[in-house]
Design a protein around this ligand. Structure first.
Ligand SMILES: [Mg+2]
Length: 366
């Protein structure tokens, strides 16, 4: 099988309610869907990139330029082989979102060629698991967050994530207290600071989170992306488990994080790693250091989140997922792929990602 063309389209999917974090407010998920065509008319690989420039540096124009100027010349007229997965990582620095879209589409093709669902094609020392997604409660006044939280619990979500760090620590703790006091006891609450604090701010916040006795399961990325040593120190100094997110893009980051002791929990996202191929390598470093991983997503839709699900099913260290973004859209526009039943996530039937590629192509190309 060889690659004949690569097409890509911008497409916006509206959210039911604006999604607010410490860094930004999102009303529409802006995806770039990628289609890799082959000499078999029926076999197309599909991928998705999103421009999360505040985290990855990737913009819509940048993603499209990387595909047009770098990946098309590299891939068109090439035989489909696994070697291409390494080549797309090596040919350009950064651009992890464009790489992720291409990597996902190549994996979709490889698994279709092998006539296997993608997680079986990957089959990377998998653990048997049922996965449930957590749900992020958007930042608002405490009473609105409690209302939202109660609704999500009623819909079957047992793990809620709360964004912190936008306001002062007392406000954050008041929100968490309000949620803890209103939600059933078995609901897991975790927090995500998205790099909000400097060293002093992080030490102050973590001390108060430790003392608050709210049974917060973990707190994500208290400090900036390049603060590896500080992340290690904080991990070792406080009781509350720390999860690394924005500091973990590459295998280089993963090795650094192990060295400095930032080893509680890691959050792997395909838009940071440049796709599944690199995510598997990061997973192996986590495994050798006995670190458990969450797999998360940016504001993405069902294509790239389905790829993240297949990776999660195939990778042993992954014991939790954060795939809530597709649940926030007004209406599901993509057929096939990830299936949500309450918080439970599972793959659909079909080879590769199991996405209905034809109907997606029709929708986004018209
Ligand atoms: Mg995060």
């Amino acid at each position: 099988m060889f690659i004949t063309d690569i097409k890509y389209y911008r497409y916006g999917t509206s959210l039911k309610k604006p999604f607010k974090t410490a860094l930004r407010t999102v009303e529409v998920i802006e995806s770039i869907y990628v289609f890799i065509e082959t000499n078999y008319e029926d076999i197309v690989g599909v991928g998705e990139a999103v421009p999360t420039y505040v985290i990855t540096g990737d913009t819509k124009g940048g993603i499209e330029a990387a595909i047009e100027e770098v990946f098309k010349p590299l891939l068109i007229n090439r035989q489909l082989t696994k070697d291409l997965l390494d080549e797309i990582q090596q040919i350009i620095v950064g651009n992890t979102s464009a790489k992720a879209a291409i990597d996902i589409a190549l994996y979709d093709l490889l698994a279709q060629e092998a006539e296997l669902p993608l997680y079986k094609y990957l089959d990377h020392n998998p653990g048997n698991k049922d996965l449930e997604t957590c749900y992020t409660v958007s930042l608002n006044e405490a009473n609105e967050m409690v209302e939202d939280g109660l609704r999500y619990v009623e819909e079957g979500f047992n793990h809620l994530k709360i964004k912190v760090g936008k306001d002062n620590v007392e406000t954050d703790l008041n929100r968490l207290k309000a949620l803890r006091n209103s939600l059933p006891n078995n609901v897991i609450l975790s927090a995500d600071a998205n790099q909000a604090w400097d060293e002093q701010g992080a030490r102050y916040a973590l001390k108060h989170f430790d003392e608050a006795d709210l049974e917060i399961e973990s707190i994500e990325q208290p400090v900036g992306r390049y603060e590896y040593e500080l992340l290690g120190e904080l991990t070792q100094s406080f009781n509350i488990p720390l999860m690394v997110d924005e500091s973990l893009f590459s295998t280089y980051d993963a090795r650094r994080l192990v060295e400095v002791g930032a080893n509680n929990l890691w959050n792997i996202k395909l838009m940071k790693t440049g796709g599944i191929h690199e995510a598997l390598k990061i997973h192996d470093i986590a495994q050798s250091a006995d670190i458990h991983c969450m797999v998360g997503c940016m504001m993405e839709t069902h294509v790239s989140v389905t790829a993240a699900l297949h990776f999660s099913l195939a990778a042993k260290q992954v014991n939790r997922v954060d795939f809530d973004a597709p649940l926030m859209v007004v209406e599901r526009e993509i057929e096939g792929g990830i299936v949500y039943e309450g918080a439970k996530v599972s793959p659909s039937e079909g080879f590769g990602l199991g996405i209905d590629r034809k109907s997606l192509y029709k929708k986004v190309s018209s």
